[in-house]
Design a protein around this ligand. Structure first.
Ligand SMILES: [Zn+2]
Length: 70
């Protein structure tokens, strides 16, 4: 099942500023014909302050904010 996009807050591990982004928790590739670029956007965010790209699967969530693990 494809989940609707979810608004999230990301804390950039590079410049430590926060910004708004969105992601999809799951994508059903059989039902929805997404291209690779779209899937990449679904699973990553680019910081508008410094341009640093993070992948959500490397982040951990605390109080609704996505942080880099460790
Ligand atoms: Zn940044």
């Amino acid at each position: 099942m494809t989940m609707p996009p979810e608004d999230i807050t990301v804390k950039c591990p590079e410049c430590h500023k926060t910004y708004e982004d969105w992601y999809r928790g799951s994508i059903n590739l059989d039902l929805d014909d997404f291209d690779e670029e779209y899937i990449d956007k679904c699973s990553s965010a680019v910081c508008p302050h410094c341009g640093h790209k993070v992948y959500f699967n490397t982040l951990t969530v605390k109080k609704g904010v996505f942080y880099l693990q460790g």
